[in-house]
Design a protein around this ligand. Structure first.
Ligand code: 5GP
Length: 183
């Protein structure tokens, strides 16, 4: 039996990472894919745990080698999913979660048509902007780029099988848990 692929998408700052951390603490049987990126590590981020931090040359070599399941440019950096660990976990029957942006989610829909695709929404744009600014890790230009991108992503929400509004964290977590475990 092969595992299910689950795609989690939503604008930067919506709280996907925090939701996933809480979900995985409850459901250790799920496998969270570790992406590759060319952006610089944020404070506390560990290579191979939060991301694989690649140079642009290395990333482009991985694309050329066909080693990425999907990839996209987001706010000036490359992001992509290394294919080998995902395939290995699916073959073991384990469900795999990909936390990726919109262009990548569209690619995965082509590759895995049965993927469960979930979109996380902020309660409103002002809240999202506040969350991105409060994170304090992005430059003013990066914040603007992320906000512009957020509007594009939110406009595509209906492409997804399910939408969850991350207003009350606990409620959003329960919704996510029940979608993922009934998959
Ligand atoms: P951040 O820089 O905030 O960690 O991530 C920026 C965006 O890139 C987020 O929307 C995140 O979901 C997305 N992202 C992270 N990893 C991947 C990936 O492997 N592929 C794609 N397409 N997007 C990713």
């Amino acid at each position: 039996m092969t595992g299910r692929s689950i795609v989690l998408t939503g604008p930067s700052g919506v709280g996907k990472g925090t939701l996933l951390k809480a979900l995985l603490a409850r459901r250790p049987e799920l496998y969270l894919s570790v992406s590759a990126t060319t952006r610089s590590p944020r404070e506390g981020e560990i290579d191979g745990v939060h991301y694989y931090f690649y140079s642009r040359d290395r990333f482009e070599a991985e694309i050329a080698a066909g080693a990425l399941l999907e990839w996209a440019e987001f706010a000036g950096n490359y992001y992509g999913t290394p294919i080998a660990p995902v395939q290995a976990q699916l073959d073991l029957g384990r469900s795999v979660i990909l936390e990726i942006e919109l262009a990548g989610a569209r690619q995965v829909a082509q590759i895995f048509p049965t993927a469960l695709r979930i979109f996380i929404l902020p309660p409103d744009l002002q809240t999202l902007e506040m969350r991105i600014r409060d994170r304090g890790t992005d430059s003013p230009e990066a914040i603007l780029r992320r906000l512009e991108q957020a509007k594009v992503e939110i406009a595509a929400r209906d492409e997804f099988d399910h939408q969850i509004v991350n207003d009350d964290f606990q409620t959003a977590l329960e919704e996510l848990d029940s979608l993922v475990t009934s998959a």
